[in-house]
Design a protein around this ligand. Structure first.
Ligand code: NAD
Ligand code: MN
Length: 359
């Protein structure tokens, strides 16, 4: 019997609805198998915590997470607080504090989902986007001076390091190599950004030589949006900078049917620190507190967590339950055009995990 220590950080908005749903799924999984056990610790960090303590998480927060095997995260973002406070104070503090430099975002059209690309079949879209998660446009380097005066100036520096670019490209080539098509697209913008992105391209050529069996190509980020829509079958594994991949992965999620389905993993591939798993969506102010959030993105994130822990059989068990549930339109939430609630979808996934033969 293996026991895993899981930190739960629901955060804000619908994070508070989907993370408890994710816990229910993990509990159902543990009940259905004799080889797995989870110990959960719940952390009430986020905007409500900020209103009491003027910080999103306590100063020793990282130390309290350090010994966990994994973190399941919801969302950071509150209608009453500026987004840069909530994002930097919680999610980015954990990502950067634990050097989770690889952000991995699989995209597939799950069975039963009506996706917007009418000219392609679901098999044409099977991607993994790798997002650089520690530097680039979101490195936090910059400043703002003379606020409110006509001479006010503000700078955000996109900082890229050879070490940072090399390690994310190595990770992406390695991931591409592990997938059947062994194919990688490196997204760039070296025509316009003529310093860091040129270095990015050069390092891509260098790293590619370490992976002779991976076919790879380069695409400018603007052209990439059109290629994702028009020729989805020409893509498999994709790697891009922090900002580029942030945008491309929301597009990918929409092309797969809904933001509510898409999962992501913030990985420390060297396993020095716990990795963090979360749906890619945010707090969803328009539906929060109503029990209408689609929990599938969180459940798929749980699958990625189990894969990272080496529990591949358990991961497949949860994925099969997810696919059984998406196949049934009466279990679709509002974002998928249905009327099901978070609780109904969660119960159905748990039921399938416990009794795959009977629904
Ligand atoms: P959002 O993802 O919260 O919402 C965009 C739209 O998608 C909304 O209409 C919402 O209702 C819908 N949606 C998202 N997830 C859904 C789900 N699971 N089920 C059903 N519908 C869903 O993005 P936003 O509006 O740009 O951001 C809202 C807040 O969330 C902001 O404060 C933002 O900073 C924050 N945010 C946080 C994260 C994060 O912590 N990782 C990510 C994105 C946004
Ligand atoms: Mn985003």
């Amino acid at each position: 019997m293996k026991t895993y220590a899981i930190a739960l950080i629901p955060g804000d908005g619908i994070g508070k609805e989907v993370v408890p749903a994710g816990r229910q799924v993990l509990e159902a999984l543990a009940r259905s198998r004799s080889d797995l056990h989870f110990e959960f610790e719940h952390f009430d960090w986020g905007a409500d915590y900020y209103r009491r303590h003027a910080v999103m998480m306590p100063h020793d927060g990282l130390d309290r997470l350090r010994a966990k095997d994994a973190i399941l995260f919801g969302s950071a973002g509150d209608p009453g607080l500026p987004d840069h406070i909530t994002l930097w104070g919680l999610r980015l503090r954990i990502c950067q504090g634990f050097d989770q430099y690889a952000n991995v975002r699989p995209t597939r059209i799950l069975p039963g989902i009506d996706a917007p690309l009418k000219r392609c079949s679901p098999e044409d879209l099977d991607w993994v986007i790798v997002r650089e998660n520690s530097e680039g446009e979101y490195s936090g380097v910059g400043g703002r001076v003379h606020q409110g005066h006509p001479i006010e100036a503000a700078v955000d520096v996109s900082m890229m390091t050879r070490v940072g670019v090399q390690r994310i490209l190595r990770f992406a080539f390695g991931l591409a190599q592990s997938r059947p098509r062994k194919q990688l697209t490196v997204v760039t913008k070296s025509n316009a950004q003529r310093h860091a992105m040129v270095m990015w391209d050069e390092i891509a050529h260098e790293v590619a030589e370490e992976f002779p069996d991976v076919r790879w190509d380069k695409e400018l980020v603007d052209a990439m949006t059109a290629r994702m829509v028009n020729k989805p079958d020409t893509l498999d594994t994709i790697v891009a900078t922090n900002l580029h991949a942030d945008i491309l992965s929301d597009l990918a999620a929409a092309l797969a049917g809904s933001l509510g389905i898409a999962p992501t993993a913030n990985l420390d591939p060297q396993r020095r620190y716990p990795s963090m798993f979360e749906p890619i969506h945010g707090s969803a102010f328009d539906i929060m507190g109503k029990g209408l959030a689609n929990p599938i993105g969180t459940f798929w994130s749980v699958v990625m967590m189990l894969e990272h822990l080496g529990e591949n059989e358990a991961a497949q068990q949860v994925m099969r339950a997810i696919e059984a549930v998406t196949s049934d339109p009466s279990l679709h939430t509002g974002d998928l055009g249905g009327h099901a609630t978070t609780a109904q979808v969660t119960d159905a996934v748990c039921r399938f995990i416990l009794e795959p033969g009977r629904r």
